[in-house]
Design a protein around this ligand. Structure first.
Ligand code: ZN
Ligand code: ZN
Length: 259
């Protein structure tokens, strides 16, 4: 199987002791490419993923301000992002969105910073990677008002109704380890109804490891487990899921021109 991990935090300090081994294990498992998410510790550092993308041709990067860090964003942050967004290894703006579960930044700051980044992504002609937690209605509202390009709902964890809303807006759904959790029946229903050309798989490593690694530190090699489960849910061969998710990644992120 040749897979892409569409969302991993390779810069995370949990990988400091053995980052290169983690990357090598992913490649051995068939994970040929990885999209490293660049939100890191938040502004002023925007290059957490770019540093890794510069070291490996098969690692790509995003830049963005996570909703957790919205309160740290300044006009300088957006100016720096605007300049970095033209880098060929920066495939998307993300992860951006709203997180009303933790509320690490005030909600009005989260919304302002989300909208500013939607506008920036539109100007740069780059797709977006959405993080949304307990904020589905507001996320949809802002996307409908300020976004008309392509993108990914990362770690999609809604049910069939939310899947249809995201698909109607043109989004890809990226499935992570949660798909393998015993209680995720509604999510598996959503994974069943999504059209094949909107599917992606991810780890969100080091978080949310799939069964049977649940509870351990997650790493990109484990995306194989999620791809296998997605295949089983849809009644197709794992190799088929690998093929379509890779093609979707290439179409949306490598050959993107939605403008
Ligand atoms: Zn996230
Ligand atoms: Zn993430």
């Amino acid at each position: 199987m040749k897979l892409v991990d569409s969302h991993c935090h390779l810069d995370d300090k949990q990988f400091d002791p053995d980052r290169e081994e983690v990357i090598a294990r992913a490649r051995e498992a068939g994970v040929e490419r990885m999209l490293a998410i660049g939100t890191g510790g938040g502004p002023p550092d925007l290059e957490a993923a770019m540093r890794l993308a510069r070291q490996h041709d098969f690692i790509y990067a995003t830049i963005g301000v996570h909703p957790h860090d919205a309160a740290k964003a300044t006009p300088e942050t957006f100016a720096a992002m605007e300049a970095l967004a033209t880098d060929a290894k920066v495939l998307a703006i993300g992860e951006i969105g709203l997180d009303y579960h933790y509320d690490f930044s005030p909600r009005d700051a989260q919304r302002d910073v989300f909208v500013a980044q939607l506008k920036l992504a539109g100007r740069a002609g780059k797709p977006i990677v959405i993080h949304t937690r307990e904020a589905w209605a507001d996320t949809l509202l802002l996307l409908r008002a300020h976004w008309s390009g392509g993108g990914i709902i990362h770690c999609f964890s809604g049910g069939p109704a939310e899947a249809r809303q995201a698909l109607d807006l043109g989004f890809h759904l990226s499935f992570g380890g949660v798909l393998t959790f015993p209680k995720a029946e509604a999510l598996r229903e959503a994974a069943c109804l999504a059209p094949e050309d909107r599917l992606l798989v991810e780890t969100d490593a080091p978080y949310l490891a799939p069964v049977p690694k649940r509870g351990k530190r997650n790493e990109p090699a484990f995306v194989v487990e999620t791809a296998r489960r997605l295949a089983a849910v849809r009644g197709v061969a794992p190799e088929h899921i690998a093929e379509v998710t890779t093609a979707n990644f290439e179409r949306l992120l490598l050959n993107c021109n939605f403008q």
